[in-house]
Design a protein around this ligand. Structure first.
Ligand SMILES: C[S@@+](CC[C@H](N)C(=O)[O-])C[C@H]1O[C@@H](n2cnc3c(N)ncnc32)[C@H](O)[C@@H]1O
Length: 302
């Protein structure tokens, strides 16, 4: 049963509701950057600019992961985010090597790939997210003197609405192959919006397009039991995020099957194998059993 407090048309900034989760994962990217596992110098200034106290206190070492759960450490948080960041970076690097020159970052949040990846000349990157999220990031990075390393177009629209029209209105060309990522997004979409998202992506994708996303095997693992205890502990320590209220736990289509049915050639790798591929040991404990039950999905349209 969904316990979500979400409603059709709800909106947020980077400090509230679903937006705060973007700040939280960017905070994890700061840790991965500090550990030398990824190169994202923009994560920390962005997170600091948002100013979510709990996240800042993690970065300042005032809240220890071990206070939340004894089995959790900065290093583990950094490694799991490095696995994720490298996976989505690779989709764009592979697409670029294959000659794809159009990219879309769906639900971009505080993603700084437009500012940090080595995009080939002539590439256009579209970033899609809610208006306040996209405006804040673009304004903050401009204020820091950071310039995108690519032709960069922001599309402020809700992904439950007619985002394909907004994308086209901003110059997107469906006759060109496109590299798409939807990172950390699906659990925040109702199941019908997830289905429509991939149907629309497919309609907009010329042959040779590529796509990466994740599959959370059961969104209900975010609800009740140990995850509930973790959320409560984090809230005691000052967090304002309550995952139970933000995700949609009802039945949803398996994205791998869905994409396969739409003609994509799909590859799936589970988090454990993805950790191993990066030389990291997948932590075997109750916490990761709850939160780590996901796989990374990439696809190519023939
Ligand atoms: C966990 S964050 C991930 C952000 C980014 N992809 C990353 O991995 O750092 C979830 C993001 O999804 C965006 N999002 C969720 N539902 C959305 C919707 N219906 N329309 C637009 N953006 C949405 C949020 O604004 C937020 O930036």
């Amino acid at each position: 049963m969904d316990r979500t407090s979400r409603s059709p048309g709800d909106s947020w900034d980077l400090a509230s509701s679903v937006g705060a989760t973007a700040t939280m994962v960017a905070g994890q990217r700061v840790l991965a950057h500090r550990e030398g596992l990824i190169d994202d110098p923009f994560a920390e200034p962005l997170v600091r600019a948002v100013g979510v106290d709990f996240v800042n206190r993690i970065l300042d070492g005032e809240v220890a992961f071990e206070d939340v759960d004894p089995s959790f450490t900065v290093r583990l948080a950094a490694e799991s985010m490095a696995v994720r960041t490298r996976f989505f970076d690779q989709l764009f690097l592979d697409a670029a090597a294959a000659g794809v020159r159009q990219a879309v970052i769906l639900a971009a949040g505080l993603d700084a790939r437009s500012y940090r990846l080595p995009w080939p000349q002539g590439t256009v990157v579209y970033e899609v997210d809610q208006p306040e999220v996209i405006a804040f990031k673009t304004r903050t990075l401009a204020g820091l003197g950071a310039a995108p390393r690519v032709t960069h177009r922001v599309v402020a629209v809700d992904l439950r609405e007619d985002w394909p029209k907004a994308l086209r209105d901003n110059g997107f060309d469906p006759s060109q192959p496109t590299a798409w990522i939807a990172e950390g997004l699906l659990i925040y979409l109702p199941s019908d919006a997830q289905d429509k998202l991939f149907d629309a992506i497919t309609t907009l994708s010329a042959p040779g397009s590529r796509l990466a996303t994740e599959r959370v095997h059961d969104v209900a693992t975010f609800v009740g039991g140990r995850p509930r205890e973790i959320t409560d502990k984090m809230r005691e320590l000052g967090s304002t995020i309550d995952m139970e209220q933000l995700v949609f736990t009802g039945e949803r289509t398996n994205v791998v099957d869905h994409l396969g049915g739409l003609g994509w050639t799909v590859t799936e790798i589970d988090a454990r194998a993805a950790h191993a591929d990066n030389g990291f040991e997948f932590p075997d404990n109750e916490l990761t059993a709850s939160f780590g039950d996901l796989s990374y999905v990439s696809a190519v349209l023939g």
